[in-house]
Design a protein around this ligand. Structure first.
Ligand code: HEM
Ligand code: FES
Length: 773
């Protein structure tokens, strides 16, 4: 399919005489200027008005429709037939005749590559060229990226002052790009000039007198790309994506064409290089402007993969991308005519509060950072995203280790190359005292290596250190532990039913939060398990007030449905912790509820005083006092609108399950801390295919793999957390095929509806599933 483009892009697309009120373009829309200072300084902020008031608008200045909300931007990326990428690399500013003549002199013929290729040509080409981007292949590049990064830092580490862009962040990604592509390293300064010219030529607004100079550089870049390609063709046996492409051309000349190879030779350098250089410069600027975050990642490098992801969301390097409508269509409530050009503003989508909580905050523990659209989405989503993530992780690791004390040179003004799409500061000046370089006193710092995460980071890996503020024995064998942020900052908010993962020696254990609503502390209660191999024994015997613990979360797999008409809360023993938090919450909101607390004897039952505070809504069932709970009587009559929430020993939960069989599906909610999933047994499991509707791929899931494993091996990002079927974060939408559900998240009715699945554990009943991915 080829996209039609209107002859005059800047003409107002609305038929004015037909409209009584005249031109419908709002004042804000008329004033929108993507080359002006507001958009250049902060594209997301400059479009806040649009996200709030007019999420799709026509910009007469640009001749484009501008799309700014997350869901709309994603919907445009998702549908590459109605929203063709054909104009992705088109010059956004009409070119003067002189500049056109200059380009012609160099036989400039930039054509379709991948990013601007339509179906049906695009997907076969993308599939043919995908292999070098898989996590398995990318792992081979890690030592090269580390070596280069180390060499560049060596050059300035003793100097006390550096422009990170000029001295590292421009050239290392360029050299990595050339290695990855399999292109000989050329004169870096010339390459830099070429790349900038390409950006200005494609996404910038050069003044007429600049256009010829830009065209000269672009023409030379084109010729250079042709020369390199010819050299590679003579011996295409080498490493790298371009020789790989040449070899694929020999097998599939119609898919990997000559025109593709020449265009990609030039566009590929820019795609792989400038995007990553800018993203890295944005990341260092953002982190150093948020000093406490910088210090946190210096102290704990395991936070780096998530920090990279949040930097890509908050200050990504591709601010906007382009599509053209191939048919009359709608985006949100707005009619879009066939031929309309669209500027989809990824940077604005990434700051949309409809998708990201407090989107302007920079939060490296944000659970959904990787939903950002900086890499696009769907069948054209960036193929190089995991190479870029790897580079950024290594840059951060190297500089947080060797120059943790560096700071931004104060009062520097950050400047940006004016253009719609590629965004990063021209310079990032930093300074430090070389006397304080850690390697001067401890050369071992140079040996430290933190493993790179290839692919999307897992929320599970995000931890924080807390201080033990109080330890109180509140029942036989039950210790209450109050935790606080070491700097006294507020801890992340949590909801009743949430738990934290606590690292205890070599083990990790999950404990429900049960404190009152105090933002600065977390409270858990830990029962000493006589069989303990270290978890609860460690808490009871080794924990001291003032000591530190590492925790992850909070996460909530056991959230309250706020819409029930009545709640029955049932707790057994230490299971009181989440249930009490729920009952407190219900009382504070004036909801209708009852609380049943079961235990063997009072001295072993924690929080009796707090439970007593619930007055006659609370009933104690103490078995040694002859008041054992009668579950059959408690749940004798199903009441619609009533929800039961229970936590306690397996026996109690099994009893509740039995006693509530005649209740509506989904009425009983049970807290599971551990999963009953067993390791995949290839003799029992079967392999199947996943058809990914948004990405246009078919992915094989082997009998030894989870769906999540198979998706990740093919560079498809899916968030995950527990990876045991407990939390719901790896859920995807199922469009076709029957799912073999193995999680504990979905209700019976949701399973039967077959519209969702947890990719970390559930599988296909048959030989195929179609997913919205
Ligand atoms: C496509 C961003 C790094 C290779 C794209 C697209 C974006 C993007 C926005 C278009 C997506 C769409 O239309 O849905 C970025 C950013 C990067 C980065 C922000 C760095 C932080 C890289 C690297 C490489 C690369 C390092 C190569 C080694 C590609 C390719 C495509 C692409 C080949 C075309 C895919 C297709 O159309 O099928 N990138 N990119 N990118 N990128 Fe990247
Ligand atoms: Fe938690 Fe899959 S990651 S259910």
């Amino acid at each position: 399919m080829s996209a039609s483009v209107p002859a005059s892009a800047s003409a107002c697309p609305v038929d004015h005489p037909a409209l009584a009120g005249g031109c419908p373009v709002s004042a804000n829309a008329a004033a929108f200027d993507p080359f002006g200072p507001a958009y250049q300084a902060d594209p997301a902020e400059s479009l806040r008005w649009s996200r709030d008031e007019e999420p799709v608008f026509y910009s007469p200045e640009l001749g484009y429709w501008v799309v700014t909300r997350y869901e709309d931007v994603k919907a445009v990326f998702r549908d590459n037939l109605v929203f063709s990428p054909a104009i992705a690399l088109e010059k956004i500013t009409p070119v003067s005749e002189e500049a056109t003549a200059t380009l012609a002199r160099y036989d400039y013929a930039m054509a379709r590559t991948l990013v601007n290729e339509d179906e049906p040509a695009h997907m076969p080409r993308r599939r043919a060229l995908m292999d070098p981007f898989t996590p398995k292949e990318l792992a081979h590049h890690e030592p090269m990226v580390r070596r280069l990064t180390r060499e560049y830092v060596d050059r300035f580490v003793e100097s006390g002052k550096a422009d990170l862009v000029d001295e590292m962040l421009w050239e290392v990604p360029l050299t990595v790009a050339l290695h990855f592509l399999g292109v000989p390293e050329e004169d870096m300064a010339t390459m830099r000039k070429y790349s900038i010219a390409h950006t200005v030529n494609t996404w910038g607004r050069p003044a007429p007198e600049e256009q010829v100079a830009v065209a000269e550089a672009v023409g030379k870049f084109w010729q250079y790309a042709g020369t390199v390609l010819e050299k590679l063709r003579q011996d295409p046996s080498g490493h790298g994506w371009m020789p790989f492409g040449i070899r694929m051309q020999q097998q599939m000349p119609d898919v990997v064409t000559d025109s593709y190879l020449h265009s990609m030779m030039m566009a590929g350098i820019v795609a792989a290089h400038e995007t990553t250089a800018n993203a890295s410069a944005n990341a260092f600027k953002l982190l150093l402007e948020n000093r406490p975050v910088w210090e946190e990642i210096c102290a704990d490098p395991s936070l780096i993969p998530n920090a990279v992801e949040e930097c890509l969301r908050h200050s990504g390097s591709v601010a906007a991308w382009r599509r053209v409508a191939t048919a009359d269509t709608r985006i949100g409530d707005v009619d879009i005519p066939a031929g309309a050009k669209l500027l989809v503003v990824n940077a604005s989508a990434n700051h949309d509060e409809r998708h990201f909580d407090h989107p302007d905050e920079f939060d490296i523990r944000r659970p959904n950072s990787s939903d950002h659209l900086t890499f696009g989405y769907g069948s054209h989503q960036c193929m190089g995203k995991n190479l870029a993530r790897m580079e950024m992780q290594i840059f951060l690791e190297e500089l947080t280790t060797r120059l943790p004390h560096m700071e931004l040179v104060p009062d520097q003004e950050f400047t940006y190359l004016p253009n719609t799409s590629f965004r990063g500061p021209d310079h990032v000046w930093v300074q430090w005292d070389p006397q304080a370089n850690p390697e001067r006193t401890d050369p071992d710092v140079l040996q430290r290596r933190h493993p790179v995460t290839i692919g999307e980071p897992s929320t599970r890996s995000v931890s924080r250190t807390v201080t033990v503020e109080r330890l109180d024995r509140i029942a036989d064998d039950v210790l209450r532990v109050v935790l606080r942020d070491p700097a006294g900052n507020a801890l992340p908010a949590w909801t009743p039913g949430a738990h934290i993962d606590v690292d205890l020696g070599a083990l990790s254990r999950q404990y429900s939060l049960c404190g009152a609503s105090d933002a600065s502390t977390y409270e858990i209660a830990v029962l000493l398990d006589p069989e303990s191999r270290g978890g609860s024994r460690y808490v009871h015997e080794q924990l001291r007030v003032g000591g530190s613990l590492r925790i992850r979360g909070p996460r909530n797999h056991f959230a309250l449905d706020p819409d029930a008409e009545h709640y029955v809360f049932v707790a057994g023993g230490i299971g009181i912790t989440p249930v009490l938090a729920m009952a407190d919450h219900a009382r504070a909101r004036g909801w209708s509820y009852e609380l049943h607390y079961c235990g063997r004897n009072r001295s072993g039952m924690a929080y009796l005083e707090r439970v007593a505070g619930h007055g006659d809504r609370a009933t104690l069932h103490v078995s040694e006092e002859g008041a054992r709970v009668d579950l059959a009587a408690l749940l004798a009559t199903p009441v619609s609108g009533t929800q039961i929430y229970a936590c306690g020993p397996g026996r109690l939960l099994a009893g509740l399950e039995d006693a509530s069989r005649h209740w509506p599906d989904g009425a009983l909610h049970v807290e599971y801390f551990t999963s009953s999933l067993t390791a995949l047994d290839p003799d029992v499991e079967h392999a199947f295919d996943l058809e990914l509707r948004d990405s246009g791929l078919t992915v094989r899931v082997e009998s030894t793999q989870t769906v999540l494993d198979a998706l990740r091996a093919n560079n498809i990002d899916v968030p995950s957390d527990c990876e045991e079927g407990l939390c719901g974060s790896c859920e995807v939408t199922v469009l076709d095929g029957e799912v073999d559900h193995r999680d504990t998240v979905l209700t019976k009715a949701e399973r039967a509806a077959n519209r969702q699945m947890m990719t970390c554990c559930s599988r296909a009943c048959g030989d195929r599933l179609t997913l919205r991915l």
